[in-house]
Design a protein around this ligand. Sequence first.
Ligand code: SF4
Length: 320
Amino acid sequence: MDEGLDFAVKYPFSDSARKSLGDIQLTERIVELAVERIRKAVRGDDSARVVFHESDKREEIASFAAARMILGHLRNSYLTNRFAINESKIVRGRINKEDERTVDAVAAQFGIASAVENGMMLLDLPTYLRYSVRDPHYKLINRKLFSGRVEINAEEKKRLVEEAVKKHIERIPTVKDPPDIIKNAGKQLVAEIPKTEVRMTVKAGDHPPCVMRLLESLKNHENLPHHARWFLAAYTLAIGMGEDDIVKLFAGAPDFSEKITRYQVSHIKKKGYSVPSCATVMSYGLCCAVCRIGSPINWHTLEKGRKDAINAEADNAAKG
Ligand code: SF4
């Protein structure tokens, strides 16, 4: 269904956007706009650009496609993840101001079609699971299910749409041999990536599997849900890492803000929160092994004990 040009500008991943592009040619102006769109994502600027003239609107839509082409060529997880998060936030800001019919039209782009029955908004389970957020609130154990459908509310539907936009953008297809104008734009962007340094050198076995997995996600510039960040901050504080080093550790997050991270780490330290137990980490959906140690923080004591036992055995063997 064609929702018109204004809808297409606001939701450049939509069918209406694809239709409105027609045979538009890639121009320097479009690539410039695409580069600026990606730069905005790196800066974390999720303000929406407003355009009035029809030609500007078409260029704006094309800039989204050109940005995807640049990212599809670069295959840079940092830029792609920042772009995915920023664009999904922009969409969220927009749908917050839309009427229900328009929200449904955006949701429909991803097959999110809820139905209201007996005063409940219901969504089929596979779609819910596809776009569900990594947050305990969205876990099935905390949801009401009716005949294979999950009850959601209007706010949650918008959150699922935001997640769907992010996932859609993260899955950018590879662009092997784009025009030179795209290759050059890509080189320019890579040269501008802030050089962040993750100081923590991690060897296999240094931390429990749940923590290793989170560190790996940060290294790959993947977004971590709130609970995962909180857990990682509490854990790294508990093992004695300094606040500055913890902040640097989070620099790999695609939506990293030094000011916010520093504030949150200090807050966790000031409150003296302890590291959650394995059962709690499991309820966050972050447990990925069966360690039988009660709490991830026990990893260190147990690992030290294990290493001491191995060393003692080696000493005894050497003494004959
Ligand atoms: S069992 Fe505990 S320490 Fe091991 S992965 Fe799960 S939460 Fe982490």
